[in-house]
Design a binder for this molecule. Structure first.
Ligand code: SAM
Length: 216
């Protein structure tokens, strides 16, 4: 998802109270930002932030950090936050490329990672850029707590099969897998839809999901 370059978006982001502007300086100190010891869960590639905000409303005792690469997209999430009747004190945003995630969160600081409808990067030579690739799994390993989980959803079958193949060599294992989440009696129970999920499932596409943990 890359929206047109919206003029002024960098300025609005620069002034937003919902955005952490120096995320590297917060490494190891995220609980201080939220002022509590509640778990910290992050969505990488949050887009316009609907999933993250819905989760934050439902689970006020969990802290959520949304990570988005593009200013023009982050701007939409900020605008959505500004419209909330009651500000969501358990949400913050970061504009960054997730490649640098290890510079922003300390070891074991993150309780859960959500990857929702990550860009597929279909060319083989771009496999390392896929968010569920072994290269990214190694980065997540550095920040996720010992029994932490990663949840990944997509409607892209090729990307999902690739993601499953990456698990074993990268030291992860699947706890739960669904090839049709919306018809999976068990896994659909606690499902919160993302923007892309709503769009693709309304076109009749099955939604794939895994929940993974480390092998050790
Ligand atoms: N998660 C949202 C959803 O399910 O509706 C948005 C999905 S959209 C297809 C993927 C988003 O991930 C885009 O907004 C894109 O800019 C962001 N993204 C892709 N690669 C990223 C990266 N390396 N770091 C941070 N964000 C990234």
């Amino acid at each position: 998802m890359r929206l047109r370059n919206i003029s002024g978006s960098r300025e609005i982001i620069g002034e937003s109270r919902f955005v952490i502007h120096d995320p590297e300086a917060q490494k190891g100190n995220w609980h201080k930002i939220f002022g509590n010891n509640d778990p910290i869960r992050i969505e990488i590639g949050m887009g316009k932030g609907r999933f993250l905000m819905d989760m934050a409303r439902m689970f006020p005792s969990v802290n959520y950090v949304g990570i988005e690469k593009y200013s023009s997209v982050l701007l939409r999430a900020i605008q959505k936050m500004e419209k909330e009747e009651k500000p969501l004190s358990n949400v913050r945003f970061i504009r960054m490329d997730a490649e640098m995630i290890g510079d922003v969160f300390g070891e074991g600081e993150v309780d859960r990672i959500y990857l929702n409808f990550s860009d597929p990067w279909p060319k083989d030579r771009h496999a390392k850029r896929r968010l569920p690739s072994r290269e990214f799994l190694a980065r997540y390993d550095g920040i996720l707590k010992e029994d932490g989980q990663i949840e990944f959803k997509t409607d892209n079958e090729d990307l999902f099969r690739f993601a499953l193949e990456e698990l074993e060599p990268a030291g992860w294992k699947a706890e739960r897998v669904s090839y049709d989440l919306h018809h999976d009696v068990d896994m659909r129970k606690d499902n919160i839809m993302t923007e892309y999920e709503e769009r693709f499932s309304s076109m009749g596409n099955p939604i794939y999901k895994y929940v993974i943990v480390r092998q050790r």
